[in-house]
Design a protein around this ligand. Structure first.
Ligand code: NAP
Length: 347
């Protein structure tokens, strides 16, 4: 008998969550997805079916990170919880608490309900934003690992604060629970997630590739990220449900640092011959600052200009037997899906 019973996946409508639900269903598991907008359920079932998944073992419950209602019902009878939901907007919020409150309080609501329901293990999605924000490893002097935490006093954005505060609060909350009421707990900290979108509502994650494919900019500003494929993020979450060494650990979940210009060059090699005009030249940082006056998504990345972050992913490779796919494949598959979903028009 499988050690995994019903798995609650919070924020079922999200990019990472939907891929994770698909992978769970494809492996034959019972899945309960939480939604704050229950009407989305029908559409999600259609999307998953269109991508070849059998959705008979998928059910939805209604719960909002901002409210207590629904979380007890969501966790009841579940053996495991994947807490993936958290605000990830494509523009800076009016107030940082718009992100911090749901991220932190939502995580605590889910953990409390999981503990009350006797859930065996909770896996929470944090981010490299809770590890390395506001710091620069550009001179190669620092390779980030699981010991690193974002400094909340540094000049960081609301999203980075929300992820750091939520993850810290989760660890602290569990520590003060009596041991016999404490679910096993571990955290996945993904880098920038790319990979196929399953629907038209592509979300914030793939904005960079979308902007390159649409040629929204004439060139590539000096931005880069430690990348990871959404399918490899989903796989890490699922392995973390049962991996014996995972409880008590956080796992940096990303590969090598990649500059936007390298992403553009990969796209140009693959899609250039088909008529797509990918901007591969360099765009000075000053021009991006100018663009940020008009484009709110651009404002989100201004602090990251010229920053390079190299990470050590040996822990996730070892404990979760994680073997991510090549970054080139991720980039190409992202763009291909954007074309397939009609988000990028053919030349
Ligand atoms: P996404 O597509 O925007 O998904 C976010 C999910 O959180 C959505 O299902 C959203 O529900 C839900 N959510 C937001 N506020 C909520 C609230 N108040 N109550 C209930 N649900 C709420 O983003 P994603 O890329 O899949 O991100 C998922 C998780 O991974 C987040 O925790 C994010 O911080 C983390 N992460 C993402 C990346 C990345 O590059 N994508 C990297 C590192 C970590 P609605 O659909 O109703 O808005």
């Amino acid at each position: 008998m499988s050690e995994i019973g019903t798995v609650l996946v919070t924020g079922a409508s999200g990019y990472i969550a939907l891929h994770t639900i698909k992978a769970l269903l494809d492996a034959g598991h019972e899945v309960r997805g939480s939604l704050r907008t229950p009407a989305r359920g029908e559409t999600l079932v259609e999307i998953l079916r269109r991508h070849g998944s059998d959705t008979t073992k998928l059910h939805f419950v209604s719960a909002d990170l901002d409210r207590d209602e629904g979380w007890a019902e969501a966790c009841a009878g579940c053996s495991h919880v994947l807490h993936i939901a958290s605000p990830f907007p494509n523009a800076p919020p009016r107030h940082e608490d718009d992100l911090i409150k749901p991220a932190r309080e939502g995580a605590l609501r889910v953990l409390q309900a999981a503990a009350d329901a006797g859930v065996k293990r909770v896996v929470m999605t944090s981010s490299l934003a809770a590890v390395l924000s506001g710091r620069d490893g550009r001179d190669g002097s620092h390779v980030f690992d699981e010991e690193d935490w974002t400094d909340l006093d540094a000049d960081i954005g609301a999203y980075e604060k929300s992820k750091t505060i939520a993850e810290r609060a989760a660890w602290e909350f569990l520590e003060q629970l009596p041991a016999d009421r404490r679910p096993e707990f571990c955290v996945i900290n993904p880098g920038l997630v790319l990979g196929p979108v399953l629907e038209k509502d592509a979300g914030t994650s793939v904005e960079a590739v979308l902007k390159l494919m649409r040629r929204d900019f004439p060139g590539c500003p000096p931005l880069g990220w430690a990348l990871v494929d959404v399918r490899d993020v989903a796989a890490a979450h699922i392995t973390a449900l049962t991996a014996p060494d995972a409880p008590g650990h956080r796992y940096l979940c990303a590969g090598e640092h990649v500059w936007l210009q390298q992403i553009a060059e990969i796209l140009d090699r693959e899609f250039g011959p088909r008529g797509y005009r990918i901007p591969t030249g360099r765009l000075p940082a000053a021009l991006l600052r100018l663009a940020a006056l008009f484009d709110k998504t651009v404002r989100l990345v201004l602090r990251d200009l010229n920053l390079r972050h190299d990470i050590d992913n040996s822990a996730i490779r070892r404990d979760l037997h994680w073997n991510p796919r090549p970054m080139e494949q991720t980039v190409i598959d992202t763009a291909r899906s954007l074309i397939q979903e009609g988000l990028v028009t053919a030349p």
